[in-house]
Design a protein around this ligand. Structure first.
Ligand code: OXD
Ligand code: MN
Length: 603
């Protein structure tokens, strides 16, 4: 499939209504003068528009309609093979000084970068249609909601943004009614989808994003990583709230007591699975519901608690490994109205991927468009192939998902993919120690970003690729939020990925993570014990319910919960090394937390 689409000629009345907002109009004209599109299509988010654009995208070979009986309303898109993941090496924070971006971000000088990008964008949309997408992040009546406009020359982006955001007139109305008139300007052009001309640039001071040369979701759905996290985190610091790479879930006990939990795991560590968790049989009567699967915007509410909204309107999840066993709720969500990217196409017009239930098809077309059989050595679906699906499809969508003030958060969970060192779960002593746990988070790398897979890297709060400003200053912001909360959430760290001496995972994960969640909720309610270890409060084996688990004996559980001094010696060294890279921006409190843990091991 080719991404680069010639201009479309919409039927009368479609795409012709610009919003009556001088700032938006001027900006669009300016970008049009630069990029020279054949025509401009003003998106309104209507169903007619979507139907027309889907037809057009099929006609141009950008999407392929899947079998209407098997996956109704669903389409497959294949990206360029050089363009399948986020590109951190080409992602820049363009603040006036390098120090503002900090040592963990790529920095570029704003004026020079605008010049360079303008050079690349010059005439870039010749012969193409320029789409203007108004969208809103967050429930429309939320004080946290933000308006954005994205200009793009990709129909795939328009189709995806309609799923992932509240797109169209709702955004224009919000902008008209807003007091501060704040809106994000995003410009995206595929150019020639050339990795040598690929740049994802953020201008936090201008609330602006320019992305060129890519068609991959995380690089081009500018609402998501670019606005909701990078620009979002910058605004959050200025405005006194938090923009985090966190899922939000609700958990209700059989007695009807409900808590909300936010959790930060690095990309492709099972956030979507955790957010849609199905409790095991033993937990009859427990219900887990999803508020969000990737991003949380959190504010200090009037009740003195941290409240969270999901700014998104859909899920952009990793497909391979998704099955009725690993995530039945995701499977139900993606059986219709789904835009798939880079999965395999079966001969009967269905989709297939590694890890899907049932036997592989005898023949399929792989993600690159080539013939595939089970004997093929290559993957049928790209490891970072994705689904984009409206959150409304989720059978366990939380009823409070549209609540403007957000849901009150009882616990925050940090976690990473660690073969060793990190116990299954432990609890921070307080907000400051919890901030330290988030700040020292690390994980083994996955396919969600290009680069080597399986190496431990520090990924504080799962925000390393997404923090729009200096990481040390970001920690300072976190430290300031805690004391302003009358009732701060408790903070935990989990690791579903610890391995035994045989190299196998010790914990089965998925639905069984409910057992850990129960302990967390019980801690919030003050009704379960723990051991005080040098690293924090670790459950005693008897504090976790493992009844009915086949492969987790009490010896396995003891191993899962163990805190090994030699492993922690290395861990503390790794943490210290990372902290040193942050220089004087690192808050002294976090160094002190580190030293306290080290001292507790010694005593
Ligand atoms: C994502 C990511 O796509 O974190 O959510 O990479
Ligand atoms: Mn993510």
């Amino acid at each position: 499939m080719d991404n680069l689409a010639p201009a479309i000629t919409p039927p009368r009345g479609l795409g012709t209504n610009p919003p009556m907002h001088r700032g938006v109009l001027n900006w669009v004209q300016e970008v049009a003068r630069l990029t020279q599109p054949e025509n401009i299509f003003w998106c309104d988010g209507s169903a007619e528009e979507n139907t027309y654009l889907l037809e057009e995208a099929q006609r141009q070979g950008i999407v392929h309609k899947l079998n209407e009986e098997k996956v109704p309303g669903s389409y497959l898109h294949r990206s360029n093979t050089n363009d399948v993941a986020r590109v951190e090496q080409f992602t820049f924070i363009c603040t006036p000084t390098k120090a503002e971006a900090g040592p963990t971000n790529n920095w570029a000088e704003p004026a020079e970068t605008y010049l360079k990008l303008n050079g690349m964008l010059k005439g870039a949309m010749e012969g193409r249609t320029m789409f203007v997408i108004p969208y809103i992040m967050g429930p429309p009546d939320s004080p946290l909601a933000k308006v954005g406009f994205e200009i793009t020359d990709s129909i795939y982006v328009v189709l995806s943004m309609r799923i992932m955001t509240r797109m169209g007139d709702v955004a224009v109305q919000r902008l008209e009614g807003s007091e501060n008139g704040e809106w994000n300007r995003g410009v995206h052009s595929l150019l020639d989808v050339n990795p040598d001309r690929r740049l994802i640039c953020h201008f936090p001071q201008d609330n602006a994003i320019i992305s060129v040369g890519s068609g991959y979701g995380g690089n081009v759905l500018l609402s998501k990583k670019c606005l909701a996290l990078r620009i979002g985190s910058y605004l959050a610091r200025q405005q006194g709230w938090l923009a985090e790479h966190m899922l939000i879930l609700g958990v209700e006990s059989p007695e009807g007591q409900k808590h909300y939990v936010a959790a930060a795991f690095p990309s492709a560590c099972g956030k979507t699975n955790f957010a849609m968790l199905i409790p095991p049989e033993r937990f009859q009567g427990w219900k887990v519901t999803t508020v969000g699967d990737d991003i949380a915007w959190m504010q200090i509410a009037e009740d003195g608690r941290l409240h969270a909204v999901n700014p998104e309107n859909g899920y952009f999840g990793v497909v391979p490994g998704t099955s009725h066993k690993s995530n039945a709720n995701a499977m139900k969500s993606i059986e219709r109205d789904t835009l798939y990217t880079n999965v395999a196409l079966t001969d009967d017009g269905d989709v297939w991927w590694e890890g899907k239930d049932g036997a592989p098809p005898a023949h399929a077309i792989d993600w690159k468009g080539a013939d595939w059989t089970p004997e093929s050595k290559k993957k049928a679906a790209h490891p970072n192939s994705r689904f984009a699906v409206p959150m409304r499809n989720n059978p366990v969508l939380d009823p409070e998902v549209e609540k403007g003030e957000g849901v009150p958060i009882s616990a925050i969970i940090f976690g990473g993919r660690r073969s060793n060192t990190m116990p299954l779960v432990f609890q921070a002593r307080d907000w400051e120690h919890g901030t330290f746990l988030g700040a020292t988070m690390a994980s083994e790398t996955t396919a969600a970003a290009t680069g080597a897979v399986g190496q431990v890297r520090r990924d504080p709060m799962a925000m390393l690729p997404f923090c729009g400003y200096n990481m040390g200053q970001y920690f300072r912001h976190w430290l300031k939020i805690g004391p302003r909360l009358k009732n701060p959430p408790l903070i935990f760290h989990v690791n579903w990925f610890r391995k035994g001496a045989d190299g196998k995972f010790l914990w089965p994960g998925f639905g069984h993570n409910m057992r850990v969640l129960e302990w967390i909720i019980d801690r919030c309610e003050g009704r379960v014990g723990a051991n005080e270890a040098p690293i924090g409060f670790v459950p005693r084996p008897e504090d976790l319910d493992i009844e009915g688990m086949q492969n987790v004996s009490s010896a396995t559980l003891t191993e899962l919960l163990s805190v090994k001094a030699d492993e922690w010696e290395k861990e503390l060294e790794g943490q210290e090394k990372f902290f040193k890279t942050l220089g004087s921006d690192l808050p002294e409190e976090l160094n002190a937390q580190h030293d306290k843990v080290a001292a507790r091991f010694k005593s």
